[in-house]
Design a protein around this ligand. Structure first.
Ligand code: GCU
Length: 677
């Protein structure tokens, strides 16, 4: 009795006595120490404290970090009492402080830990034999230095993205499924053997891959996406630590939309209930994961169900004034519309970056003497960013040649079965993280180079993913960070998304073509299929040096009207491809009528240059009717400007969503007309 009175008096007089033991704390304070590496940085350094706080808990988080550290090394460092860790500590106020050169014994003594977690490095995570005897030894070491009630837990790491360039991936036959199964086995065995709890992050990640979000969970093929992936795993930790469902928790990180945040919570919750099997969380999921199709009840493909809508008038200024002259269109209305498309939909791109260089990598004869091939590298001044452009020109032609410029989906080598086409360095200097080396020529049906050169044109193409990878990496990779100011790590709501970055890449190639004497830079047609059709339209809308625009099945966000809500809608396109657009665009999900424009005005931005829009009959996802209506809306502007009808052309062919030789034949005829061939 007297002893405790004395202690109480001491505590009152000297609050610092308590501070030395971790500070005064609320009774429900939980203290968790992770022993890990960059994967524990992904897991606990952000979001976790906030998620707990949103439910009224105080959480103190320690994180012992050495890049790539594996269990054997943790054990060696602990045994040798080496002060080699970076000790990250998130205090009760949520502020993270890093302490370099910390030893395991120091960190273990820093707080009265309630939970200590361990994980194996990702490369070894699926190899159970690599865990022992180090895990046994580490547990003994940690238990000797923590309170008796302290819980020991295994943190299950996750499998790599399909196509991940991580050098450990071959151990698992480059198969995500194989890696996931192996790591489930290994973590399960370890947790059971030592009677430890499990934080099933790997399963949460795997669950999320079976939702509409698919591979958009890592940022480089193995580290977590900065917003979605990290939040998902923090949710998993929260539920595993507290045993309370994370579904319904109010915290959501900045830059993560509500739908994606909800999916993350569902996936985390499902993983905590079924830690070793994938659960299909079909929450508002328009994508049928069992057959790879869109669920019919989620998209409208019934023409009678198109809602009533009123299109904005292209020839009325935002302030209501009518556009009365061509000069007013070009001087006021067109710039106003372009600005709106840039700020509300695609995001602004920078101009040409000072210090950009190009390098001729290779030149030679091609297609059995019919063509000449050039491969040029465009090199940006920062972050080791570069990409390679593939050019085919007719072998015989004299003088500067008009060309078609279009991005390709799968890499330059897929454009033709030409053994001289270079594959990119696997993978690129700044670690884009996901790369699948496709066999040569697999996309050649989309690129009838023989016909193009025979007709006297050149083809200029490059791989979209070399500019900016086509997955939601949290805007970490590719060119998007090139514009960040000091301390910025995500584009502003009106700064470029990936479509804008790709279109910007087309302009940078045009910069090069202006210097290439073989090419007539005044006769360059921007062409693209589907997402790359949206890109071609944007490139030409923004950069008036493009002399023609050709949109092949570009659909939602391209040539199709948004207000029809037929086939793909803004909800689905932003849900499935959140990286394509700028942040401002998300406010129009389910609010199409609030858009200050529609896509007929996007097409009208091409005037007075030739515009070609094409659809395919069986391609209801792109809404061919919506494409035609937008095209007609744009034609009205061409008419108003007194331009000849021959400058605009539309076709719909039989068949599916594709860029075919038949489409190309029409584009070549169109180019013949306008490029004076
Ligand atoms: C998806 C997407 C479309 C896009 C297409 C493509 O279907 O929803 O908007 O045009 O991919 O690029 O092939």
């Amino acid at each position: 009795m007297r002893k405790s009175l004395l202690l109480a008096a001491l505590i009152l007089l000297f609050p610092t006595v308590l501070e030395a033991y971790g500070g005064p704390s609320r009774p429900d304070t939980l203290r968790v120490l992770a022993i890990g590496n960059s994967f524990s940085v992904d897991a606990v350094d952000q979001n976790l404290h906030e998620i707990a706080a949103a439910d009224g808990h105080v959480l103190i988080i320690g994180n012992m970090v050495i890049g790539g550290c594996f269990l054997e090394k943790h054990w060696r460092l602990a045994a040798g009492d080496s002060a080699r860790y970076s000790y990250h500590k998130t205090g009760p106020d949520g502020v993270l402080v890093k302490r370099p050169q910390t030893s395991m014994s120091w960190a273990l003594a820093d707080e009265k830990w309630d939970v200590v977690t361990f994980h194996q490095s990702s490369g070894l995570s699926g190899q159970a034999e690599s865990y022992e005897p180090y895990l046994t030894e580490l547990l003994r070491y940690v238990k000797a230095r923590t309170p008796r009630r302290c819980r020991m837990m295994m943190h299950q790491t996750w499998a790599y993205a399909e196509g991940s360039t991580n050098h450990n991936f071959p151990t698992y036959g480059r198969s995500q499924e194989q890696m996931y199964e192996a790591l489930c086995q290994a973590y399960g065995t370890a947790a059971k053997r030592h009677r430890m709890g499990l934080i099933p992050s790997g399963t949460a990640v795997q669950n999320s891959r079976h939702t509409f979000n698919r591979e958009n969970v890592t940022r480089d093929g193995y580290h977590l996406h900065k917003w979605f992936g990290r939040y998902l795993v923090a949710c998993t930790w929260y539920e595993a630590l507290y045993g309370t469902s994370v579904v319904g928790n109010a915290y959501r990180p900045p830059h993560l939309d509500g739908r994606r945040a909800a999916i993350a919570r569902q996936c985390a919750h499902a993983a905590c209930r079924h830690p070793f099997t994938v659960t299909r969380v079909d929450f508002d999921n328009p994508f049928d994961t069992s057959n790879g199709n869109w669920k019919p009840d989620y998209i409208n493909t019934d023409p009678s169900k198109v809602p009533d809508y009123t299109l904005p008038d292209a020839l009325t200024m935002q302030d209501g004034r009518p556009v009365q002259t061509a000069a007013q269109w070009f001087g006021q209305r067109r710039p106003e519309l372009l600005e709106l498309f840039e700020t509300e939909m695609f995001g602004k791109a920078p101009g040409r970056l000072e210090g950009t260089k190009w390098e001729m990598l290779e030149e030679g004869p091609a297609l059995g003497g019919l063509a000449r091939r050039k491969q040029v590298r465009i090199i940006f001044p920062r972050r080791g960013c570069y990409f390679t452009v593939l050019i085919y020109l007719p072998a015989q032609a004299k003088g500067p040649i008009p060309v078609f410029m279009g991005l390709n989906f799968e890499g330059n080598a897929t454009v033709q079965p030409d053994p001289a086409i270079l594959y990119p360095d696997p993978w690129r200097s700044d670690g884009y993280g996901i790369y699948v080396e496709q066999p040569r020529g697999t996309q050649s049906s989309r690129w009838p180079v023989d016909e193009i050169v025979r007709r006297g044109y050149g083809l200029v193409t490059f791989h979209n993913a070399e500019i900016d990878p086509d997955f939601d990496d949290g805007f970490d990779n590719g060119v998007t960070p090139l514009i960040y100011r000091e301390g910025q790590n995500f584009p502003e709501p009106d700064q470029w998304g990936t479509l804008s970055a790709w279109a910007w890449g087309m302009s940078r190639v045009l910069d090069y073509l202006e210097e290439d004497p073989d090419v007539d830079a005044a006769r360059v047609a921007a062409i693209g299929h589907s997402r790359l059709g949206k890109t071609a339209l944007l490139a030409a809308a923004r950069d008036e040096r493009f002399a023609m625009a050709i949109s092949n099945d570009s659909g939602c966000g391209g040539a199709a009207l948004s207000r029809r809500r037929y086939g793909e809608t803004i909800r689905f396109i932003t849900g499935n491809f959140p990286h394509w657009f700028c942040g401002n665009f998300f406010q129009y999900v389910d609010h199409e009528d609030a858009l200050p424009f529609d896509q007929h005005e996007f097409l009208a931005l091409i005037a007075p240059r030739p515009l070609y829009v094409a659809s395919a009959e069986d391609d209801s996802w792109t809404d061919p009717v919506g494409e035609r209506l937008a095209f007609q809306g744009a034609q009205a502007v061409y008419d108003f400007l007194g331009l000849d009808r021959s400058l605009t052309e539309y076709h719909i062919r039989e068949g599916a969503h594709e860029l075919t030789r038949e489409d190309w034949l029409r584009y070549l005829d169109f180019a013949d007309k306008h490029f004076n061939r």
